[in-house]
Design a protein around this ligand. Structure first.
Ligand code: SAM
Length: 122
């Protein structure tokens, strides 16, 4: 299968200028651990529950921008699941934003989506 067939298509994003508390609320409301960070409709970062835990532990009360990872590993919807699964393993990450040629976020693929491929039809 290709990424576009198995990713979460419900796009949830946060702006980099928002507070990390807003990102935490989005995670809780939507049952997600990873949120794409956008500016002008383009991907500029990723923020995860780990990043927020770290910010809280360090006593930071700051913006998403201060806690996010800027060098985002991404994929496109036409890539195959096995190619992207290897990318997750290589970079030791569990989620990867799916983007188009204009850096617009189309979805999110997580290691849960990959795991489910192995239990289909069982
Ligand atoms: N593998 C670790 C674990 O099992 O707990 C955590 C994953 S990773 C090293 C944690 C960092 O990766 C976080 O700071 C997060 O922002 C970043 N991260 C997650 N997904 C990413 C992606 N697609 N591209 C770049 N960084 C990412």
């Amino acid at each position: 299968p290709v990424v576009g067939d198995i990713m979460s298509k419900r796009v949830i994003t946060v702006e980099q200028t928002e507070s990390f508390i807003d990102a935490a609320k989005l995670m809780k409301q939507n049952g997600r651990n990873h949120i794409s960070v956008v500016s002008n409709d383009k991907l500029v970062g990723i923020i995860t529950s780990w990043d927020i835990s770290k910010a809280v532990a360090e006593g930071k009360t700051d913006t998403v921008e201060a806690c996010m990872t800027r060098d985002v590993i991404t994929c496109t919807p036409d890539e195959t699941a096995d190619v992207v699964a290897k990318r997750l393993a290589e970079f030791q990450i569990s989620a990867i934003p799916v983007i188009d040629d204009n850096q617009k976020v189309l979805g999110m693929l997580t290691s849960d989506h990959i795991s489910k491929l192995f239990t289909r039809g069982k």
